[in-house]
Design a protein around this ligand. Structure first.
Ligand SMILES: [Zn+2]
Length: 464
């Protein structure tokens, strides 16, 4: 594997910033970008006072002071919590594996017992997710700090990891990443991440997304373009492979035959995902919660028998998907039939106008997430799902994916497995969670024929 990593990874690269602005603005931007790069350069190019090669310091897989982990090839979806803060599970998983690998090589603390690694991200939700994940591996925030920029004021680390989060699922790069003035908070974030790194910097980024979405005058575009010339660019699959999922999969015994590549990286294609996820669901003791942007009759029928058995055994099953009239290319009537069939089995159905999360949570412990829609994918797809067996991650994800804000105590009681949408009080049909200008609300699935709506905070009066 080390050999593979030494090969230059000629993957996605950010194109040179094509400054389309003219006159004063253009000059100002160039000057700003130049100043940023100059003030950042000492920390990155010459590596401050450290004379040891980076590889020796951080383990053989990182051969360079500057490393970019490109996540383009695994479709790492960005999602948002109830406060609209962005997070990215695939990125979090990659950072976790990197940290666990460093832990394995005894690189978490220096000789004086001082914490060596800092993880910086623009978004509070991602910082919290990273802390939750690391906590579940017995790494508290004093040992490996994961924080937004504010957590690193005046602090230095041997190795800084900058997780840029923004990726597919978002229309645009976030305001932090779009910064084009040194005074912008996004520029300060980059400055902190880069200037606090004494020996090495790892940037986790979806380069393809950034290349498409970063404005031409964004400081980050110029910076990444410069950095990538001296940086080692590593495919995220190599980072995921640092922490093989074999341990996680021990409970499967020798049962399912899996593609060796998926055992190496922990990423499962359509066929293996279908096989393993079904196995997890068959073993469910309490609950199965499925988020799927789309639903097909075929997949609903395949799942139907399993769901019926589990529900008979006392397992709660909940599906969250789009309303039939927004079910992609699938005809409205087919989507409705599939949902009605699941509901008749006792599956709780919640509809949301905008959902791109593809997630399965079993027993509030096992989490499947990625780019495959669990209720509509076909085995031929090239998209991928990852699996994490971790109650802390599952609980954090449950709070993010809930329509309402949930307390830790509520999540412990298992409210995540209960449907959230009320029934329409006019026509008794389903309601749909809609994100409006003034916040989320429920609307009748038959809108505009039925115009019933309800505020999300209204007391619940379910009829079913
Ligand atoms: Zn209605």
């Amino acid at each position: 594997m080390a050999e593979a990593l030494r090969r230059p990874f000629v993957a996605r690269r950010l194109h040179r910033p094509a400054l389309r602005h003219s006159g004063i603005h253009r000059e100002r931007t160039c000057e700003a970008a130049g100043r940023t790069w100059r003030c950042l350069a000492p920390a990155t190019e010459s590596g401050r006072q450290s004379s040891r090669p980076f590889a020796q310091v951080h383990g053989a897989f990182l051969n360079n002071r500057l490393t970019i982990v490109d996540t383009s090839r695994i479709w790492p979806f960005t999602t948002r919590n109830t406060f609209n803060s962005r997070l990215n599970l695939m990125h979090a998983l990659a950072v976790r594996n990197l940290v666990l690998h460093l832990k394995e090589h005894d690189r978490i603390k220096d000789a004086q017992g001082k914490a060596r690694i800092g993880i910086c991200t623009p978004y509070a939700a991602q910082a919290k997710l990273l802390r939750e994940i690391l906590k579940s591996h017995a790494l508290d925030n004093a040992t490996v700090r994961a924080s937004t920029v504010h957590g690193f004021q005046g602090d230095e680390r041997s190795l800084m990891v900058l997780d840029l989060v923004d990726s597919v699922g978002e229309r645009n790069a976030g305001i932090f990443l779009q910064a084009n003035q040194l005074e912008d908070s996004g520029a300060k974030l980059m400055n902190v991440a880069l200037s606090r790194a004494q020996e090495g910097l790892v940037i986790v980024a979806n380069l393809t997304f950034l290349d498409q979405k970063l404005p031409s005058d964004a400081i980050l575009r110029g910076l990444m373009h410069d950095i990538q010339r001296s940086a080692q660019i590593v495919d995220v699959k190599e980072i995921l492979a640092l922490c093989p999922v074999v341990e996680d999969l021990k409970r499967f015994g020798s049962q399912p035959e899996l593609d060796p590549e998926c055992l190496r990286t922990g990423l499962f294609g359509g066929r293996d995902f279908a096989k393993l996820c079904r196995f997890d669901m068959e073993n469910a003791k309490q609950s199965i919660v499925v988020f799927s942007a789309f639903i097909t009759q075929e997949r609903a029928a395949q799942m139907g028998d399993l769901f019926r058995q589990k529900i008979a055994g006392g397992v709660k099953v909940r599906c969250i998907t789009r309303p039939p009239n927004r079910n992609g290319t699938i005809p409205e009537e087919q989507g409705r039939t599939a949902l009605k069939a699941l509901e008749a089995l006792g599956v709780g159905i919640d509809l949301r106008n905008d959902i791109h999360e593809k997630v399965v949570v079993v027993d509030n412990t096992i989490v499947w997430f990625g780019s495959l829609n669990p209720l509509s994918h076909t085995p031929r797809t090239s998209e991928l799902m990852a699996r994490v067996d971790n109650a802390g991650v599952a609980s954090h994800l449950a709070s993010i994916l809930s329509a309402r804000r949930r307390s830790a105590e509520e999540l412990e009681r298992g409210v995540f497995t209960e449907p959230e949408n009320p029934r329409c009080e006019k026509c008794s049909d389903w309601s749909v969670l809609v994100r409006g200008k003034h916040g989320p609300f429920f609307s009748c699935v038959n809108y505009p024929r039925c115009n019933w709506t309800q505020n999300i905070d209204a007391p619940r009066r379910r009829k079913n």
